[in-house]
Unconditional design. Structure first.
Length: 141
């Protein structure tokens, strides 16, 4: 995406808001909170989604650790397993706080953890959006 196209998109989203209403009509309301879900193997796509959602005036909750990248906090396999469980539960709490879920799914990919998060979000009445088309009916929710 060119810089011009990026700023044009930002202007359109911030001027109209996500629902097509003028921003001044929603000024008194709290911005929507969106939580990003998906595989951290697409870390750069998470950053891009975070950028666009923030530019659209939304508060973004996202994974804070990428366990697929080396780091001293999860260098030990036992620590990594323990941390993964903590982070999985923490992400469910982020879903609890969010108004909606945005699934980052390049190429339509949805893994088991993301599928579980989608199921959790749906069971709590959270609307779900996807960054890419989803082929499997089970993944749409």
């Amino acid at each position: 995406m060119t810089a011009r196209a990026f700023w044009k998109t930002v202007h359109r989203l911030t001027a109209l808001g996500t629902d097509g209403y003028a921003r001044d009509r929603q000024a008194a309301r709290r911005p929507k909170v969106v939580v990003l879900c998906g595989s951290t193997r697409y870390w750069e796509k998470f950053q891009e989604a975070n950028l666009y959602e923030t530019a659209a005036g939304r508060i973004v909750l996202a994974p804070g650790c990428n366990l697929k990248e080396p780091h001293p906090l999860w260098a030990d396999p036992v620590q990594a397993d323990r941390l993964k469980k903590v982070l999985d539960d923490l992400h469910l709490r982020k879903i609890d706080l969010a108004d909606e879920v945005l699934v980052v799914n390049p190429g339509g990919y949805i893994g088991d953890s993301t599928r579980r998060e989608i199921g959790y979000a749906l069971s709590h009445g959270k609307p779900i959006r996807y960054t890419h088309p989803v082929d499997d009916e089970d993944d749409r929710g």
